[in-house]
Design a protein around this ligand. Structure first.
Ligand code: ADP
Length: 412
């Protein structure tokens, strides 16, 4: 389909120059026809416009049609040019075709023949242009595909490097407790053979249990991480009271010794809808870190605050704190943190605990943050949405105002 072809007619015969555009406009829908009475004038127009076809008389004073054709071939090699020859001027017609003309039209001009020839020329021209455009689009597409392949390859290489780093860290981490277990087992074996005292054996077994525990945490963390990364991590949420949950966790954590100082808004539950095991895992992880990274005897507190439709569990320690440059990566696994390399047997952990904690809290529609000053300690805050009973008539404004629901100081 042609869309409004733009045609140029060049002829020194002014009468023809007036008659032809009219004839073409009548026979070719939407055609726009420009005219020029000289080859030089035509060249100027050709420089300014992209014509779909050019029709020119061969015999013109000054530059003739053949010279104009040669110029068009230079200037617009794709534009089809039709030359008008006198009746029986076969030589000129052949010259025109050899010079690159698309067709020739004999005088006297048969209007229908001219229109048919023009239509053919324009159609061929437009088809050629379409092919060119498609070729260009294909080339662009091929280039973008190439870029994508290159990008994906780079990503794969990076992912592979991350995996290698991960395996390196995991093997270092597993090696330490394993070496310890092996040494302890050999020692106990020798002592058994020599029938040493039960006290020595007991110490050895305690030591082994610690190593086994460490490996257990590691393996569980690895399993959780793999579930998270493959989108198979499931939480089973149930309505529960966060005050009771925290109290129970602290009791377990302090092995029944209980917190040293307690404040609880008696009888005021903080209702949430959570997977108690998973939220428990987060809190125990934060408490263990607080204990691990603060000196013995320094206080650790767990505070439960409520504000609006959210509650915040904060765990505060007065320990070593977190270096500023590490804080942005604290909730990412070490193997993904830039510039973190783990030394063999460094006992530094995999950095999975906080990562898993963040994922668990996020799965509950909450978030976890840290505020820390090196040398002064850290506060980890877990923010969870409260359970809102859709059937409840109205909520007490006092309940929505920020207030502390409970606080426990933990013996350390
Ligand atoms: P891991 O599971 O290997 O112990 P975590 O994800 O629990 O790792 O913690 C990541 C890192 O964050 C720790 O190695 C430690 O450097 C830092 N960190 C976590 N909690 C504390 C804290 N309470 N005080 C100081 N540093 C902390």
């Amino acid at each position: 389909m042609m869309n409004s072809p733009h045609i140029l007619i060049v002829d020194d015969d002014v009468a023809l120059l007036q008659a032809l555009p009219q004839a073409l406009s009548l026979r070719m829908e939407g055609a726009k026809v420009d005219t020029s009475d000289s080859a030089l004038g035509a060249l100027k127009l050709i420089g300014e416009n992209h014509y779909d076809a050019i029709v020119s008389d061969i015999k013109m004073p000054g530059m003739d049609g053949l010279a104009l054709l040669a110029n068009i071939q230079e200037l617009r090699p794709d534009t089809p040019t039709l030359l008008i020859t006198g009746h029986g001027e076969h030589n000129l017609a052949i010259q025109a075709l050899r010079g690159g003309a698309y067709d020739f039209i004999q005088k006297p001009i048969d209007r229908d023949y001219l229109v048919a020839a023009l239509n053919r020329a324009i159609q061929t021209h437009q088809l050629r242009r379409q092919v060119l455009e498609q070729q260009l689009a294909l080339e662009l597409h091929a280039r973008s595909l190439e870029d994508t392949v290159q990008k994906r390859t780079q990503e794969l290489v990076a992912a592979n490097a991350t995996k290698d780093k991960f395996l390196r860290i995991v093997s270092h981490e597993l090696k330490t407790p394993l070496t310890n277990l092996k040494a302890m087992a050999q020692l106990l074996h020798r002592q058994l053979e020599r029938a040493e005292s039960a006290e020595v054996l007991c110490k050895g077994l305690t030591n082994m249990e610690r190593s086994i525990q460490r490996m257990e945490v590691l393996v569980n963390d690895l399993l959780d991480t793999s579930l998270i990364e493959t989108n198979m991590f499931v939480v089973h949420r149930k309505r529960c009271d966060l005050v009771a949950l925290c109290r129970q966790l602290i009791d377990e954590y302090t092995a029944g010794a209980g917190p040293t100082l307690t404040f609880e808004c008696l009888g005021e539950p903080v209702e949430v809808q959570v997977d108690a095991d998973r939220i428990g895992q987060v809190i125990i992880n934060l408490l263990s870190n607080a204990r691990k990274y603060s000196p013995k005897g320094s206080p650790i507190t767990l505070t439960l605050e409520q504000a609006g439709y959210e509650c915040t569990i904060s765990i505060r320690d007065m320990g070593v704190g977190i270096p500023a440059e590490m804080q942005p990566h604290i909730f990412e696994p070490f193997y993904r943190a830039p510039g973190v390399e783990v030394q063999s047997g460094s006992n530094a952990g995999l950095g999975l605990g906080l990562y898993i904690s963040r994922k668990i809290v996020e799965r509950h529609g909450g978030h976890i943050d840290v505020q820390s000053t090196p040398g002064e300690g850290s506060i980890f805050s877990v923010v969870l949405p409260l359970f809102v009973d859709p059937t409840a008539e109205s909520t007490d404004a006092a309940k929505l105002a920020p207030h502390t629901q409970a606080q426990w100081a933990i013996a350390h």
